[in-house]
Ligand binder design. Structure first.
Ligand code: RIB
Ligand code: CA
Length: 311
């Protein structure tokens, strides 16, 4: 089977880390590179985390630093969930891996324009890097297979009642991407809040007993503690890896083609993804949004990705 070339744009972040783990070692996915922006933590911290994760997982891919702040609005962060480092629970060892010299925007433009096969861009953080790349070099849109993102929600948000974190971090960036004309597939809180890392999930992944399972257990233990403290969840929603699980097995979710408008009006619903499930407004359909997820199949996919790593 032809491997799907992807670029993973992220803000690690505990759940971003599992997305990197899954994308970095799968026979159907060719991870071309990792681009990073601020989001869960400052860019220096999310960048350091991406670099250390790639080194820990022996991923020979470029890691490129991107936007340190959103296009217009003020910077957000999420220490309550991801901690001061952005990856609390991870053991940082000395590494030789260095950041790629290219900025995330330069890397996205150069890689997508020169790719012999259309590139899938996966975003699991704010969409600042991709939006800026589209504005600087619109021609990349012709060589993007699809944009697969964790973000938004058909229902309520997780930062404000209206808005989900990744979109709220940079609503104008999301607006640019959702109106780019590219195929956009949105995996929002409606499905990610169904895949909770319950203690039974941690116990299941711990039994794999390799470096990937150790990473999963170490990170998810802290992630769960913080999610319980903030939201009272019995397990943290493993948001970001839903994007990668979809690339591995599209039957893990159900998608609906809808009109999705990003609220950039700066009111109390700023950053909301308004999805017209009933097509009542008869506006152009610009996004495929995930409405259902097969929870059992999702954890099977996560476990199979963990099993692929060596001791
Ligand atoms: O709302 C969940 C999203 O915000 C995830 O991508 C998580 O990593 C945080 O960035
Ligand atoms: Ca993220």
């Amino acid at each position: 089977m032809n491997r799907r070339p992807i670029i993973l744009d992220c803000d690690p972040g505990h759940d971003d880390a599992i997305a990197i783990l899954m994308a970095g070692n799968h026979p159907d996915i060719e991870l071309l590179g990792i681009t990073v922006e601020s989001g869960n933590q400052t860019l220096m911290k999310t960048g350091k985390n991406a670099l250390h994760l790639a080194a820990y997982l022996d991923l020979d891919v470029p890691v490129c630093l991107g936007a340190s702040e959103p296009i217009i609005k003020e910077v957000e962060a999420c220490p309550a969930i991801h901690g001061e480092s952005g990856l609390d629970g991870f053991t940082y060892l000395p590494i030789e891996k260095q950041f790629d010299s290219r900025s995330a925007v330069s890397y996205l433009i150069e890689t997508i324009l020169s790719a012999p096969q259309k590139v899938t861009v996966v975003t699991t953080g704010p969409m600042t890097n991709l939006a800026l790349a589209m504005k600087v070099e619109p021609r990349i849109k012709d060589n993007i297979e699809e944009v697969v993102l964790m973000g938004g929600s058909i229902g309520r948000g997780n930062v404000t009642p209206a808005a989900e974190f990744n979109i709220l971090c940079d609503p104008e960036a999301a607006y640019i991407v959702f109106n780019s004309g590219c195929v956009v597939k949105m995996f929002g809180l409606d499905v990610t809040r169904q895949v909770l890392v319950l203690p039974s999930v941690i116990e299941r992944m711990a039994k794999v007993e390799n470096k990937a399972s150790k990473l999963f257990v170490d990170l998810m233990t802290v992630f769960n503690q913080n999610q319980k403290h903030v939201f009272g969840f019995a397990g943290g929603p493993l948001h970001d890896p839903v994007t990668i699980a979809y690339l591995i097995d599209p039957t893990v979710v159900k998608l609906q083609h809808v009109s999705c408008e990003i609220d950039i009006s700066r009111g109390t619903s700023y950053g909301r993804t308004n999805c017209d499930l009933f097509n009542y407004q008869k506006k152009p359909k610009n996004a495929y949004v995930a409405t259902e997820i097969d929870v059992a199949k999702y954890w099977d996919i996560v476990e199979s990705c963990i099993q692929r790593y060596s001791l």
